[in-house]
Design a protein around this ligand. Structure first.
Ligand SMILES: Cc1ncc(C[n+]2csc(CCOP(=O)(O)OP(=O)(O)O)c2C)c(N)n1
Length: 650
């Protein structure tokens, strides 16, 4: 099944920089591409990472590095998940053994990692704006944005095109068009691109007409001269508007394409030619295939978009079969429970609508769309649009549920505020991947949401302790009509708790005591609830008897319970998988200081530090940052001991 051509290995080992690449004769580039493809397959299936997108960009990356001069020329990778070949060429091949692992190579471009990473990325659609900025700062070198057709659906990319009037000399957009986002791409631009692909390119016709005229009438003939003067009008007359790349031309970029993005030698020649035209901003349209060269990924690019560590390669006789995620796990993920519950509720309530910003598979909503195709909206990589669109639906009387990863909802902060909260619209935001997300690392950690949501008036913010509570929160949110709500859940399997058929809503703003104790109370959220319960057991061994509370409503808090705990405990400890800045713990301190002033007890906030968290497994990162049972209990013991010391001193 591995369809890479048999190659004599050896070239790849000699490439440790773009200079090494440039020393190769052009005609060995196809072999190098095959070697890289094989390397990616072998190494990414071991470590996990973005596979299909990277198999699709091997040739275009080689051609760009062959012709342009990084780091002087700036290659700006949009989203950055497809930059593995770039990493290999720029001296990071050996790092792939620890790709996306704790303290290993990042899965995304990062200027901290290499001078060849002109701009950091992880979230989509930034490349055109960033490259325009780089180009405005210095046009003595090229600024080249490499953007996928999926990333092009984002508002930021479209405003990038709109601002192409800012471009100076040496500005290029390379459009890597494989027809796919993670799932099939959506929207009018995707339609425009497939029209271009489906119809003959004007440039191809141009070459044909020009050649024929030159042969029949001569290259210097008056006929040829008239043709050159009038060809644009001829094309515009005969060729349907939608198949000419006219969209980009009218946005101020000279359009070149479409070209085969896997013919590395032609790509080199193309970029060499284009490099000579350095005074017009241009868009080069390359057609690539996601998963190129590896049949299983070509056939199922969504499944092979991102793979987990230890995914077996399908070999010749198909004897190794990749187990589906469901077969590997007996307990459903929070994502699956969310999607299944929404499907169940949608059966009863026809007004429920689901919205995703290019993540139908990732959010589990694909299944919803299979059952209710008319009620699922995939709006492309446009979280801002998704949020305001959902607000429009709510204003129109529907019950929209907008499922967006915590980290990507950061894009829609003003929409949460200005459109949802200010108008008190009952939109439900389902924040998947809340908390630590593991291998994707610093661009993707969902550890700011409690802070950015908690401060918005009228928002109800919930965090379930297990998958059954997630079901209850979804019903609670859908029945709450006085304003928007958010439910934040992790990228993890549930706890395997029983799931009663009947889903009972929760009373808004109520916490739950899980363990009765005295003197010390742990107020924990979501994934930290089981950690707090474990920590309580460890503290018991040290002679303490803490109360543990499932503080499932971050906003509104259970003010009654909080005050009564504050009155009877000498230490309150908040535990959350969120930055300590402005999160749940801060909310507790704000509330108590307002209500109790100097009489408030000590509060220790346990959460994530005030920085961007690196990649690693969830378990490793929780341990590193003290969010394990041992870490939490040790922090509490230190707190108690220091309080006792202080008492002794007094
Ligand atoms: C703001 C934002 N929303 C969602 C994502 C998740 N995401 C990562 S890659 C991707 C698809 C990108 O498609 P495309 O640019 O065409 O690249 P391809 O993988 O097809 O090569 C999406 C939706 C993201 N990285 N950033």
């Amino acid at each position: 099944m591995i369809e890479c051509r048999e190659v004599k290995p050896g070239i790849l080992e000699t490439i440790n920089s773009p200079e090494d690449l440039k020393r190769l004769p052009e005609d060995v580039l196809p072999q190098l591409a095959e070697e890289i493809r094989r390397f990616l397959l072998e190494s990414v299936t071991k470590t996990g990472g973005h596979l299909a997108s990277n198999l699709g960009t091997v040739e275009l990356t080689l051609a760009l590095h062959y012709v342009f001069d990084s780091p002087g020329d700036k290659l700006v990778w949009d989203t950055g998940h497809q930059a593995y070949t770039h990493k290999i060429i720029t001296g990071r091949r050996e790092g792939f053994a620890r790709l996306r692992q704790l303290d290993g190579l990042s899965g995304f471009p990062s200027p901290k990692e290499s001078e060849h990473d002109a701009f950091g990325a992880g979230h989509a659609s930034t490349s055109i704006a960033a490259a325009l900025g780089l180009n405005s700062a210095d046009d003595s070198h090229w600024a080249i944005a490499v953007i996928g057709d999926g990333a092009l659906t984002g508002g930021l990319a479209l405003t990038g095109l709109n601002n192409s009037t800012l471009a100076r000399r040496r500005f290029m957009v390379v459009l890597n068009d494989n027809g796919m986002s993670i799932d099939p791409n959506v929207g009018t631009i995707a339609r425009h691109l497939s029209n271009i692909k489906a119809r003959p390119s004007p440039r191809w016709i141009n070459r044909l007409l020009r050649g024929t005229i030159s042969r029949v009438f001569g290259g210097e003939s008056w006929f040829r001269r008239i043709y050159e003067k009038t060809k644009d009008s001829i094309f515009y007359f005969f060729i349907p508007r939608r198949s000419r790349g006219v969209l980009f031309e009218e946005m101020g970029l000279s359009y070149f394409g479409p070209y085969d993005g896997h013919d590395v030698i032609s790509l080199v020649r193309l970029f060499q030619r284009l490099k000579r035209i350095d005074d017009e901003p241009m868009l080069v349209h390359l057609i690539t295939q996601k998963g190129h060269g590896y049949a299983p990924a070509e056939d199922s690019p969504t499944k092979w978009h991102g793979i987990s560590a230890g995914t077996p390669l399908l070999v010749e006789d198909d004897s190794i079969v990749v187990p589906s995620d469901n077969e590997r796990r007996s307990v459903k993920t929070y994502t699956e429970v969310f999607a299944d519950t929404l499907i169940e509720l949608a059966g009863k309530y026809p007004d429920i609508m689901a919205i995703t910003a290019a993540m139908p598979s990732g959010t589990g909503l694909k299944k919803f769309g299979e059952i209710y195709p008319e009620r699922l909206y995939d709006v492309g990589i446009s979280e801002e649009f998704a949020a305001t669109f959902a607000c429009g639906l709510a204003r129109g009387g529907k019950r929209p549920v907008c499922a967006i990863y915590s980290t990507f909802l950061q894009r829609a902060f003003d929409q949460l505020m200005h459109d949802a909260a200010l108008q008190q619209l009952p939109v439900v935001f389902a924040l998947d991947r809340g908390g630590i997300v593991g291998a994707d690392g610093e661009t993707h950690q969902g550890v700011f949401d409690l802070s950015y949501l908690r401060m918005i008036p009228h928002f109800t913010v919930m965090v379930p302790k297990d998958e059954e509570e997630l079901r209850r929160m979804l019903v609670t949110a859908l029945t709450h009509r006085e304003g928007p709500s958010a439910i934040r859940y992790p990228r993890e399997s549930g706890l395997g708790v029983p799931m009663p058929k009947e889903i009972r809503p929760l009373d808004i703003g109520t916490w739950e005591v899980l363990r009765e104790g005295n003197e010390v109370a742990l107020l924990a959220l979501g994934t930290m609830v089981p950690v707090a319960l474990e920590a309580a057991k460890l503290l018991e061994d040290a002679g303490l008897n803490p109360t543990v509370v499932n503080a499932r409503f971050v906003r509104p808090m259970d003010a009654g319970m909080l005050l009564s705990l504050a009155k009877r405990c000498r230490l309150l400890v908040t535990v959350e998988e969120n930055t300590v800045r402005g999160g749940f713990g801060s909310g507790v301190v704000e509330h108590l200081s307002q209500q109790m002033g100097e009489a408030m007890p000590r509060v220790r906030i346990i959460g994530l530090p005030d920085r961007f968290l690196e990649h690693g497994s969830n378990r490793e990162l929780r341990e590193r940052y003290g969010l394990s049972p041992a870490g939490v209990s040790a922090a509490i013991l230190r707190e108690v001991e220091s309080a006792e010391q202080r008492l002794k001193i007094v």
